[in-house]
Ligand binder design. Structure first.
Ligand code: NAD
Length: 410
C-alpha cells in the first residue's frame, strides 16, 4: 500500500474473547480504511492478555485521522504516542471545532509526556485540561468557558475498554437478559447480590423512577429499599412525586384506587389536587414537616434525608415545588450524583433513564426494568457488560427485590 499515510497502533487485552479485535477491524473496513497486521501475540493462559500491533492506512491524512478516532474507543493507542493537541475554546458553551468527543469509558490523556486519568468518565463530553497541567476532566458542552483548553483530534488519547470478565460474575449470565422469558427469581437474586456488594463497599445506588412504580403499588417496596440503605439517591420527574403523594393523600394513583384497582369517582382530579396541596405547603419537605404528607415514597425520602432530584418535562402539571424546570440545571445536579454512582436501577421511565444512562461511566452496574422490550433494549444498549435489561412488570420486580434485601439481607 505505497504512498498512503499510515500509523502503527497497538492494542492489548482479551482481544479475541472480548471481540475487541474483530470490532476494530470492522470499524476500519466500515470506514473504507485498510490495515496490515504487524504482530499478533495471543495470550497462552486464559488470563494472559493478547497483544497486537497493526498498521492502519488512510486515503489521506484526514481519512487516517477519522480511522484512528474511530478505533480509539477500543483501547487502540499509537505505538509512538504523542501528546494530546489542546485548543482553547473561544466561546462560552462551545467546544473548539475538532474537539475530542468522549465515551463513557475510563480515559487517559497524554500531556507533556505523561498519561493523566480523565476524571468523571461520561459520554458525549469534551476533555478539559487545566492550564497548570496535572488534571483533566470531562466537561459537558453547556459548561464550557471561553479560554478553557480542550483535547482536539485523537492524539494522546487512550481509552480502556471494558473487557468481558472471564470468571463467573453476577451480571455475566444475564448479559443477554433483554427477554421476557428469563427466570426472574434468579435475576432478582443476582441484582440483590450486586446491591448488597455496592452497599458493603460504601457505594451509592441510584434509583431512576417513573410513575409506573406508584401505579403498580411498588412505591412502598422502594421505600423499604431506601430505609434499609440500599438506595442512596432517587431521580425522577413530576409524575412519580405527584402520584406518590396523590396515593398518600387520596389513596389513588392517577385516580385509580390502589386498594381496589378501580377508578374512584372524581379521581381524575386527585393528582392536580395533590400538587396544589404541596404547592400551598411550599415544598414536599415542608409538607412532611407540617404533617400534611405522612407516608409514601417521597415522605420516606424526606424522613431518611435521602437526596432526590426531580427533573421537569414539557407535560408536567404544577409542577411540584422541588421539580427543577431548567433541564440543564437538573442535568447538572443529576450529574453530581451520577459521577459517584456504584450501581443504578432504572425503573420504568424511558425519559429519565436515558438521561441518566448517558451520564454514567460504563463501569457502573445498571439494571433497566421496563415492560416494553423495545425500551429495555434501548436502555440496556450501552455497549457494556455491566448493564442488564429486564422485561417485566416493575411492581413485581421491586417487591421481590425488597423481599430479597430489606427483610433479612444486609
Ligand atoms: N401529570 C404530570 O405532571 C405528568 C404525568 C405523566 C408524566 N409526566 C412527566 O413526563 C415525563 C415522562 O414520563 P414517564 O417517565 O412516565 O414516561 P416514559 O414514557 O419516559 O416512561 C414510562 C415507561 O414506563 C413503562 N411502564 C409502564 N407500565 C409499566 C409496568 N407496569 N412495569 C414496567 N414498566 C412499565 C413504559 O413501557 C415506559 O417505557 C416525566 O418527567 C414525568 O414526570 C408528568
Amino acid at each position: 500500500m505505497p504512498d498512503k499515510p499510515y500509523e502503527d497502533v497497538q492494542i492489548e487485552g482479551h482481544l479475541i474473547d472480548s471481540l475487541m479485535m474483530p470490532q476494530i477491524m470492522d470499524n476500519i473496513m466500515d470506514l473504507d480504511g485498510e490495515f496490515e497486521m504487524l504482530t499478533f501475540e495471543v495470550g497462552r493462559m486464559k488470563n494472559d492478555p493478547s497483544h497486537a500491533v497493526m498498521r492502519i492506512f488512510g486515503r489521506d491524512a484526514a481519512h487516517l485521522d477519522e480511522l484512528l478516532t474511530a478505533v480509539t474507543e477500543h483501547g487502540v493507542v499509537a505505538v509512538r504516542p504523542q501528546d494530546a493537541v489542546l485548543e482553547a475554546s473561544d466561546m462560552d458553551g462551545v467546544f473548539p471545532d475538532r474537539f475530542y468527543s468522549t465515551t463513557n469509558l475510563e480515559t487517559f490523556v497524554r500531556v507533556a509526556g505523561e498519561w493523566m486519568r480523565v476524571r468523571h468518565p461520561e459520554m458525549d463530553c469534551g476533555i478539559r485540561v487545566h492550564e497548570a497541567g496535572g488534571a483533566a476532566e470531562t466537561v459537558a458542552m453547556s459548561d464550557v468557558k471561553a479560554g478553557d483548553r480542550f483535547v482536539t483530534g485523537h492524539r494522546g488519547i487512550r481509552v480502556l475498554p471494558l473487557e468481558r470478565p472471564r470468571e463467573s460474575q453476577p451480571f455475566e449470565f444475564m448479559a443477554s437478559a433483554v427477554s421476557s422469558e428469563k427466570p426472574k427469581a434468579q435475576i432478582v437474586r443476582a441484582v440483590a447480590r450486586e446491591l448488597r456488594h455496592v452497599k458493603q463497599q460504601g457505594g451509592l445506588t441510584i434509583a431512576v423512577v417513573g410513575p409506573a412504580v406508584v401505579h403498580t403499588g411498588a412505591a412502598p417496596h422502594l421505600a423499604r429499599l431506601i430505609e434499609a440503605g440500599y438506595v442512596g439517591a432517587v431521580f425522577g420527574g413530576n409524575a412519580v412525586a405527584t402520584h406518590d403523594i396523590e396515593s398518600n393523600l387520596f389513596g389513588t394513583s392517577l385516580g385509580i384506587s390502589l386498594k381496589e384497582g378501580t377508578p374512584i369517582p372524581g379521581g381524575h382530579e386527585h393528582h392536580l389536587r395533590a400538587v396544589n396541596t404541596i404547592r400551598r405547603c411550599g415544598s414536599i419537605k415542608a409538607a412532611v414537616e407540617q404533617g400534611v404528607l405522612t407516608g409514601g415514597l417521597m415522605h420516606t425520602l424526606v424522613k431518611t434525608g435521602t437526596p432526590f432530584v426531580l427533573a421537569g418535562s414539557i407535560r408536567d402539571d404544577g409542577p411540584m415545588p422541588e421539580v427543577i424546570t431548567d433541564v440543564m440545571q437538573a442535568q447538572k445536579v443529576m450529574r453530581g450524583y451520577a459521577q459517584k454512582a456504584g450501581a443504578c436501577l432504572m425503573l420504568s421511565t424511558m425519559l429519565h433513564s436515558i438521561a441518566v444512562g448517558n451520564m454514567l461511566p460504563a463501569s457502573v452496574r445498571t439494571v433497566c426494568v421496563d415492560i416494553n422490550p423495545a425500551v429495555v433494549t434501548k436502555l440496556a444498549d450501552r455497549g457494556s457488560f455491566q448493564t442488564v435489561g429486564i422485561v417485566t412488570d416493575v411492581g413485581l420486580f421491586v417487591e421481590q427485590l425488597a423481599d430479597e434485601l430489606a427483610d433479612g439481607g444486609s
